[in-house]
Design a protein around this ligand. Structure first.
Ligand code: MG
Length: 382
């Protein structure tokens, strides 16, 4: 079966059949329910802040590296291409992709891990801090843009896609979107796809940023089979190509290979399972996937990036500084809420750690660095 045989498929989420919003609203006049979700996400404050949050490299380390915003746009681009080939709802796929990292802290995973440690230490009953859950919290509670409700009041399908992972204890508190973690069902195909597009995007752009930073080298990368194979072909086809162009072309071809593989693998799984509706999908095994061979190649690449880039000593130094900034801010604000902006101060002390976590999670890299200086250095005046 070719990808072109699908237009809008029965297994796609249908905006006319949405399971609805938390607060009823009149139907949008000139766009679908999922288009409206996508548009709301783009106008959100937390979306703009992604421009100044770390992907791998802290925002001020260089203008050429990905930020969480450019990462997000690459995820949305990859996800839309595949969505169209599979006959999925492109607007929903894009909405999920654009929102998937809204809950990320400053300083990437280092910030998140530290905030989680802080929450668990100072508020053991809080369930800690999970960035996926925080993304949902942003769109459900923390955005303040609409007169009638907190958050963006997105459709169930968009919220379901945003919540990729969740601990069982937290899932129990969530109602509708938490249910699938307890009954072990799958999310929509659009959600499954946004998740895999995230992996395709970061594996490839982290090679690009890693090489550009000099923390990893081309000779190391050539030892990683999926990169080596594509690079070999590129240099065979264009023997005189300058290195930076050969790298760009290699990454372009790798993204294409991965997209084609996901599309074909998913189409053949759909053909076998024959889901008749979006709800059928939820009760079927996962459908959006790499082939077994591509999965193991992608895993090799991930293992390389983890060992040689994300744990590089120069990255570790920045990670260590980031962790200390997050920890010190968290401790001082929980200890002395009077130092917080008034809208984050809680009269009930039991609610204070979560409000502090919300405040810190919303910060951009540079805001966290400046705030740390303002709170701890005597030469700052405010
Ligand atoms: Mg991501």
């Amino acid at each position: 079966m070719s990808a072109r045989d699908y237009s809008r498929a029965a297994y796609a989420c249908d905006p006319h059949q949405t399971k609805g919003r938390r607060f009823d609203e009149p139907a949008p006049g000139n766009r679908s329910e999922f288009q409206r979700d996508r548009d709301r996400i783009i106008h959100a404050n937390s979306f703009r802040r992604l421009a100044y949050k770390t992907q791998v490299f802290v925002n001020h380390e260089g203008d050429w590296f990905r930020t969480r915003l450019t990462h997000t746009l690459e995820v949305a681009q990859i996800a839309r291409v595949i969505a169209r080939s599979l006959g999925l709802d492109e607007d929903l796929t894009e909405a999920i992709a654009l929102a998937h990292d809204l809950g990320h802290t400053p300083f990437g995973h280092a910030g998140q891990d530290e905030l989680n440690r802080c929450m668990k230490a100072l508020a053991p009953d809080s369930g800690g801090f999970e960035h996926n859950l925080q993304s949902l919290r942003v769109v459900d509670e923390l955005e303040e843009r609409y007169p009638g409700f907190n958050g963006l009041n997105l459709c169930f399908e968009t919220r379901e896609g945003i919540l990729k992972h969740c601990s069982l204890a937290n899932a129990r508190q969530l109602g509708d979107v938490g249910a699938r973690f307890m009954d072990r069902t799958e999310p929509s195909l659009e959600a499954q796809l946004a998740n895999l597009a995230d992996e395709i995007a970061y594996n490839n752009h982290d090679i690009d940023d890693g090489l550009r930073s000099g923390l990893i080298t081309l000779s190391q990368m050539r030892e990683v089979p999926i990169f080596g194979r594509h690079f070999h072909q590129v240099t065979k086809d264009w023997p005189d190509l300058p290195e930076h162009r050969a790298v760009a072309e290699t990454i372009r071809q790798m993204i294409n290979t991965l997209i084609m593989d996901v599309t074909q693998t998913t189409l053949s799984r759909l053909e076998t399972a024959q889901p008749k509706s979006a709800d059928d999908v939820r009760h079927s095994p996962p459908m959006v996937a790499f082939s077994d061979d591509m999965r193991s190649q992608a895993n090799e690449l991930k293992a390389f990036l983890l060992r040689d880039l994300y744990r590089h000593y120069q990255v570790a130094r920045m990670t260590n500084k980031a962790r200390r900034i997050v920890r010190r801010l968290f401790e001082v604000f929980v200890d002395e809420p009077a130092l917080l902006p008034p809208n984050y101060q809680r009269t009930n002390r039991a609610h204070q750690p979560r409000a502090v976590a919300d405040y810190i999670a919303a910060m951009t890299d540079r805001y966290a660095i400046i705030e740390h200086r303002r709170v701890f250095k005597m030469d700052e005046t405010f």
